[in-house]
Design a protein around this ligand. Structure first.
Ligand SMILES: Nc1nc(=O)c2c([nH]1)NC[C@@H]1CN(c3ccc(C(=O)N[C@@H](CCC(=O)O)C(=O)O)cc3)C=[N+]21
Length: 294
Protein backbone atom coordinates (compact mmCIF):
# COMPACT_ATOMS: atom_id res chain seq x y z
CA UNK A 1 0.00 0.00 0.00
CA UNK A 2 1.21 3.50 -0.76
CA UNK A 3 -0.22 6.38 1.22
CA UNK A 4 -1.78 9.53 -0.16
CA UNK A 5 0.62 12.39 0.52
CA UNK A 6 -1.40 15.20 2.10
CA UNK A 7 -0.19 18.35 0.36
CA UNK A 8 -0.20 20.95 3.13
CA UNK A 9 1.37 23.57 0.89
CA UNK A 10 -1.48 23.43 -1.61
CA UNK A 11 -4.23 23.18 1.02
CA UNK A 12 -2.71 26.13 2.88
CA UNK A 13 -2.51 28.16 -0.34
CA UNK A 14 -6.22 27.49 -1.00
CA UNK A 15 -7.12 28.63 2.51
CA UNK A 16 -4.95 31.74 2.16
CA UNK A 17 -6.76 32.52 -1.11
CA UNK A 18 -10.17 32.42 0.63
CA UNK A 19 -8.80 34.56 3.45
CA UNK A 20 -7.45 37.14 0.97
CA UNK A 21 -10.89 37.37 -0.64
CA UNK A 22 -12.56 38.14 2.67
CA UNK A 23 -9.81 40.57 3.66
CA UNK A 24 -10.42 42.48 0.40
CA UNK A 25 -14.14 42.58 1.19
CA UNK A 26 -13.50 43.72 4.76
CA UNK A 27 -11.37 46.56 3.45
CA UNK A 28 -13.76 47.60 0.66
CA UNK A 29 -16.92 47.43 2.78
CA UNK A 30 -15.63 48.56 6.17
CA UNK A 31 -12.19 50.10 5.61
CA UNK A 32 -10.60 47.50 7.88
CA UNK A 33 -7.09 46.09 7.26
CA UNK A 34 -6.48 43.17 9.64
CA UNK A 35 -3.19 43.77 11.45
CA UNK A 36 -1.02 41.23 13.21
CA UNK A 37 1.83 42.09 15.54
CA UNK A 38 4.58 39.48 15.72
CA UNK A 39 6.92 39.93 18.65
CA UNK A 40 10.31 38.27 18.56
CA UNK A 41 12.60 38.57 21.58
CA UNK A 42 16.22 37.68 20.79
CA UNK A 43 17.83 36.54 17.57
CA UNK A 44 17.20 32.79 17.29
CA UNK A 45 17.89 32.12 13.54
CA UNK A 46 15.10 29.50 13.20
CA UNK A 47 12.58 31.91 14.72
CA UNK A 48 13.72 34.67 12.37
CA UNK A 49 13.11 32.44 9.33
CA UNK A 50 9.66 31.66 10.69
CA UNK A 51 8.89 35.34 11.35
CA UNK A 52 9.94 36.21 7.77
CA UNK A 53 7.74 33.46 6.26
CA UNK A 54 4.81 34.68 8.33
CA UNK A 55 5.37 38.31 7.31
CA UNK A 56 5.29 37.35 3.61
CA UNK A 57 2.03 35.38 3.96
CA UNK A 58 0.47 38.26 5.90
CA UNK A 59 1.30 40.76 3.14
CA UNK A 60 0.04 38.41 0.40
CA UNK A 61 -3.31 38.08 2.19
CA UNK A 62 -3.70 41.87 2.20
CA UNK A 63 -3.12 42.16 5.92
CA UNK A 64 -0.71 44.40 7.79
CA UNK A 65 2.26 42.97 9.69
CA UNK A 66 3.64 44.91 12.62
CA UNK A 67 6.97 43.27 13.44
CA UNK A 68 8.57 43.98 16.80
CA UNK A 69 12.11 42.73 17.29
CA UNK A 70 13.44 43.14 20.80
CA UNK A 71 16.93 42.39 22.15
CA UNK A 72 17.52 39.13 24.03
CA UNK A 73 18.16 41.23 27.17
CA UNK A 74 14.58 42.62 27.18
CA UNK A 75 13.03 42.57 30.65
CA UNK A 76 9.61 41.17 31.49
CA UNK A 77 8.40 44.69 32.37
CA UNK A 78 9.49 46.03 28.97
CA UNK A 79 7.70 43.21 27.14
CA UNK A 80 4.57 43.73 29.25
CA UNK A 81 4.65 47.44 28.34
CA UNK A 82 4.84 46.57 24.63
CA UNK A 83 1.89 44.19 24.97
CA UNK A 84 -0.16 46.86 26.75
CA UNK A 85 0.54 49.23 23.83
CA UNK A 86 -0.44 46.58 21.25
CA UNK A 87 -3.61 45.73 23.22
CA UNK A 88 -4.59 49.42 23.06
CA UNK A 89 -3.73 49.89 19.36
CA UNK A 90 -6.91 49.67 17.22
CA UNK A 91 -4.84 48.81 14.10
CA UNK A 92 -3.62 45.61 15.80
CA UNK A 93 -6.12 42.73 15.73
CA UNK A 94 -3.73 39.88 16.43
CA UNK A 95 -0.76 39.60 18.79
CA UNK A 96 1.70 36.72 18.55
CA UNK A 97 4.65 36.54 20.92
CA UNK A 98 7.13 34.07 19.52
CA UNK A 99 7.99 31.26 21.93
CA UNK A 100 10.25 30.26 23.60
CA UNK A 101 11.12 33.47 25.44
CA UNK A 102 14.48 34.13 27.15
CA UNK A 103 14.73 32.78 30.74
CA UNK A 104 14.29 36.17 32.50
CA UNK A 105 10.74 36.36 31.10
CA UNK A 106 7.83 34.29 32.47
CA UNK A 107 5.93 33.23 29.35
CA UNK A 108 2.71 32.52 31.31
CA UNK A 109 2.63 36.11 32.55
CA UNK A 110 3.19 37.41 29.03
CA UNK A 111 0.49 35.25 27.45
CA UNK A 112 -1.98 36.20 30.19
CA UNK A 113 -1.32 39.90 29.48
CA UNK A 114 -2.47 39.62 25.83
CA UNK A 115 -6.04 40.80 25.17
CA UNK A 116 -7.88 37.44 24.71
CA UNK A 117 -9.69 38.93 21.71
CA UNK A 118 -6.30 39.51 20.03
CA UNK A 119 -4.75 36.19 21.10
CA UNK A 120 -4.34 34.67 17.63
CA UNK A 121 -2.17 31.84 19.05
CA UNK A 122 -5.08 30.78 21.28
CA UNK A 123 -2.71 30.40 24.24
CA UNK A 124 -4.41 32.77 26.73
CA UNK A 125 -5.96 30.80 29.66
CA UNK A 126 -9.39 32.26 28.83
CA UNK A 127 -9.21 30.93 25.27
CA UNK A 128 -7.80 27.58 26.48
CA UNK A 129 -10.81 27.31 28.81
CA UNK A 130 -13.25 28.31 26.09
CA UNK A 131 -11.80 25.65 23.78
CA UNK A 132 -12.08 23.01 26.52
CA UNK A 133 -15.70 24.09 27.15
CA UNK A 134 -16.55 23.84 23.46
CA UNK A 135 -17.25 27.59 23.19
CA UNK A 136 -16.34 29.65 20.11
CA UNK A 137 -12.77 30.87 20.52
CA UNK A 138 -9.45 31.53 18.82
CA UNK A 139 -7.97 28.01 18.71
CA UNK A 140 -4.20 27.39 18.43
CA UNK A 141 -2.96 27.50 14.82
CA UNK A 142 -0.98 24.26 14.53
CA UNK A 143 -3.79 22.11 16.03
CA UNK A 144 -6.34 23.79 13.74
CA UNK A 145 -4.11 23.00 10.76
CA UNK A 146 -3.73 19.36 11.86
CA UNK A 147 -7.49 18.82 12.00
CA UNK A 148 -8.02 20.57 8.65
CA UNK A 149 -5.41 18.31 7.03
CA UNK A 150 -7.02 15.18 8.49
CA UNK A 151 -10.44 16.33 7.28
CA UNK A 152 -9.03 16.97 3.79
CA UNK A 153 -8.82 13.19 3.32
CA UNK A 154 -11.63 12.14 5.70
CA UNK A 155 -14.31 14.84 6.03
CA UNK A 156 -15.94 13.18 9.07
CA UNK A 157 -13.69 12.06 11.92
CA UNK A 158 -16.69 10.96 14.01
CA UNK A 159 -16.18 7.69 15.83
CA UNK A 160 -12.58 7.27 14.69
CA UNK A 161 -9.84 6.31 17.11
CA UNK A 162 -7.38 9.22 17.38
CA UNK A 163 -4.03 8.98 19.16
CA UNK A 164 -2.06 12.16 19.86
CA UNK A 165 1.57 11.68 20.88
CA UNK A 166 2.65 14.66 22.98
CA UNK A 167 0.86 16.65 25.69
CA UNK A 168 2.18 20.17 25.21
CA UNK A 169 -0.04 23.21 25.73
CA UNK A 170 0.88 24.35 22.21
CA UNK A 171 -0.03 21.21 20.24
CA UNK A 172 -0.88 17.99 22.10
CA UNK A 173 -3.60 19.22 24.47
CA UNK A 174 -5.39 21.58 22.07
CA UNK A 175 -5.31 19.12 19.13
CA UNK A 176 -6.89 16.54 21.45
CA UNK A 177 -9.67 19.05 22.28
CA UNK A 178 -10.29 19.80 18.60
CA UNK A 179 -10.40 16.07 17.71
CA UNK A 180 -12.87 15.54 20.53
CA UNK A 181 -15.04 18.31 19.08
CA UNK A 182 -14.98 16.31 15.80
CA UNK A 183 -16.36 13.33 17.78
CA UNK A 184 -13.18 11.25 17.53
CA UNK A 185 -12.28 8.90 20.40
CA UNK A 186 -9.11 10.55 21.67
CA UNK A 187 -6.09 9.15 23.50
CA UNK A 188 -3.23 11.46 24.52
CA UNK A 189 0.01 9.48 24.76
CA UNK A 190 3.33 10.83 26.05
CA UNK A 191 6.82 9.90 27.23
CA UNK A 192 5.49 7.87 30.18
CA UNK A 193 2.95 5.90 28.13
CA UNK A 194 3.41 2.12 28.41
CA UNK A 195 3.98 0.36 25.07
CA UNK A 196 3.62 3.45 22.91
CA UNK A 197 3.89 1.50 19.60
CA UNK A 198 0.89 -0.66 20.60
CA UNK A 199 -1.16 2.42 21.57
CA UNK A 200 -0.31 4.06 18.23
CA UNK A 201 -1.32 0.93 16.29
CA UNK A 202 -4.91 1.47 17.49
CA UNK A 203 -5.08 4.86 15.78
CA UNK A 204 -7.18 5.63 12.72
CA UNK A 205 -5.70 9.13 13.07
CA UNK A 206 -2.21 9.47 14.50
CA UNK A 207 -0.91 12.94 15.39
CA UNK A 208 2.81 12.99 16.18
CA UNK A 209 3.88 16.05 18.20
CA UNK A 210 6.86 14.75 20.13
CA UNK A 211 9.85 16.70 18.86
CA UNK A 212 12.02 13.63 18.21
CA UNK A 213 13.23 13.02 14.66
CA UNK A 214 11.58 10.01 12.95
CA UNK A 215 10.56 8.34 16.22
CA UNK A 216 7.30 6.93 14.83
CA UNK A 217 8.19 3.86 12.73
CA UNK A 218 6.19 2.12 10.02
CA UNK A 219 5.21 -0.75 12.33
CA UNK A 220 3.60 1.71 14.80
CA UNK A 221 0.99 2.59 12.20
CA UNK A 222 -2.33 0.86 11.59
CA UNK A 223 -2.70 0.04 7.88
CA UNK A 224 -4.76 2.76 6.21
CA UNK A 225 -4.42 5.28 9.09
CA UNK A 226 -4.18 9.05 8.63
CA UNK A 227 -0.82 10.25 9.95
CA UNK A 228 -0.31 13.93 10.79
CA UNK A 229 3.34 14.79 11.48
CA UNK A 230 3.79 17.97 13.54
CA UNK A 231 7.55 17.56 14.03
CA UNK A 232 10.07 20.01 12.59
CA UNK A 233 13.51 18.64 13.46
CA UNK A 234 16.76 19.85 11.94
CA UNK A 235 19.16 16.90 11.47
CA UNK A 236 22.48 16.40 9.65
CA UNK A 237 21.94 15.71 5.92
CA UNK A 238 24.23 15.11 2.96
CA UNK A 239 27.57 16.92 2.45
CA UNK A 240 27.58 18.60 5.84
CA UNK A 241 24.26 20.31 5.16
CA UNK A 242 21.29 20.03 7.51
CA UNK A 243 17.79 18.93 6.57
CA UNK A 244 14.37 19.00 8.20
CA UNK A 245 12.57 15.80 9.16
CA UNK A 246 9.38 15.17 11.09
CA UNK A 247 8.60 12.98 14.10
CA UNK A 248 7.52 10.19 11.71
CA UNK A 249 9.82 8.01 9.59
CA UNK A 250 8.15 9.20 6.41
CA UNK A 251 9.27 6.53 3.91
CA UNK A 252 8.19 3.74 6.27
CA UNK A 253 4.88 5.45 7.09
CA UNK A 254 4.08 5.91 3.40
CA UNK A 255 4.18 2.10 2.97
CA UNK A 256 1.54 1.51 5.66
CA UNK A 257 -0.63 4.59 6.16
CA UNK A 258 -3.66 5.58 4.11
CA UNK A 259 -2.52 9.20 4.13
CA UNK A 260 0.45 11.03 5.60
CA UNK A 261 1.65 14.63 5.83
CA UNK A 262 5.20 15.37 4.63
CA UNK A 263 7.76 17.51 6.45
CA UNK A 264 8.35 20.15 5.20
CA UNK A 265 5.19 20.98 3.25
CA UNK A 266 2.61 19.53 5.64
CA UNK A 267 1.56 21.02 8.95
CA UNK A 268 3.99 24.00 8.84
CA UNK A 269 2.32 25.88 5.97
CA UNK A 270 -1.10 25.21 7.56
CA UNK A 271 0.07 26.78 10.83
CA UNK A 272 0.76 30.01 8.99
CA UNK A 273 -2.53 29.90 7.05
CA UNK A 274 -4.43 29.35 10.32
CA UNK A 275 -2.61 32.29 11.89
CA UNK A 276 -4.02 34.46 9.08
CA UNK A 277 -7.44 32.89 9.60
CA UNK A 278 -7.35 33.69 13.32
CA UNK A 279 -6.23 37.25 12.60
CA UNK A 280 -9.13 37.70 10.17
CA UNK A 281 -11.55 36.20 12.73
CA UNK A 282 -10.18 38.49 15.45
CA UNK A 283 -10.47 41.57 13.20
CA UNK A 284 -14.10 40.73 12.44
CA UNK A 285 -15.03 40.04 16.06
CA UNK A 286 -13.25 43.17 17.38
CA UNK A 287 -15.29 45.20 14.88
CA UNK A 288 -18.59 43.54 15.80
CA UNK A 289 -18.91 41.73 12.47
CA UNK A 290 -20.42 38.23 12.22
CA UNK A 291 -18.19 35.15 12.30
CA UNK A 292 -16.98 33.57 9.08
CA UNK A 293 -17.31 30.01 7.91
CA UNK A 294 -14.06 29.32 6.00
N1 LIG B 1 3.84 31.83 19.73
C1 LIG B 1 4.27 30.98 18.81
N2 LIG B 1 3.42 30.50 17.88
C2 LIG B 1 3.86 29.63 16.93
O1 LIG B 1 3.07 29.19 16.06
C3 LIG B 1 5.25 29.23 16.93
C4 LIG B 1 6.08 29.78 17.93
N3 LIG B 1 5.58 30.63 18.85
N4 LIG B 1 7.40 29.46 17.97
C5 LIG B 1 8.04 28.69 16.92
C6 LIG B 1 7.09 27.68 16.33
C7 LIG B 1 7.54 27.14 14.98
N5 LIG B 1 6.45 27.39 14.07
C8 LIG B 1 6.48 27.09 12.70
C9 LIG B 1 5.40 27.31 11.88
C10 LIG B 1 5.46 27.04 10.50
C11 LIG B 1 6.61 26.55 9.94
C12 LIG B 1 6.67 26.29 8.47
O2 LIG B 1 5.89 26.83 7.71
N6 LIG B 1 7.55 25.41 8.00
C13 LIG B 1 7.66 25.07 6.60
C14 LIG B 1 9.05 25.31 6.08
C15 LIG B 1 10.16 24.68 6.88
C16 LIG B 1 11.53 25.07 6.30
O3 LIG B 1 11.86 24.55 5.24
O4 LIG B 1 12.22 25.90 6.94
C17 LIG B 1 7.20 23.63 6.38
O5 LIG B 1 7.06 22.88 7.37
O6 LIG B 1 6.98 23.28 5.25
C18 LIG B 1 7.71 26.31 10.74
C19 LIG B 1 7.63 26.57 12.11
C20 LIG B 1 5.48 28.10 14.72
N7 LIG B 1 5.79 28.34 15.99
Amino acid sequence: MTATIIDGKTIAAQLRGKIATDVAHLNAAHGIVPGIAVVLVGADPASEVYVRTKAKAVAEAGMRAIDKKLPVTTSEAELLALIAALNADPAVHGILVQLPLPPQIDSHRIISAIDPGKDVDGFHPLNVGRLASGLPTLAPCTPLGCVMLAKSVRPSLAGLEAVVIGRSNIVGKPVAQLLLMENATVTVAHSKTHDLPAVCRRADILVAAIGRPEMVRGDWIKPGAIVIDVGINRVPGKEGKSKIVGDVAFAEAAQVAGAVTPVPGGVGPMTIACLLLNTLRAARALNGLPALNL
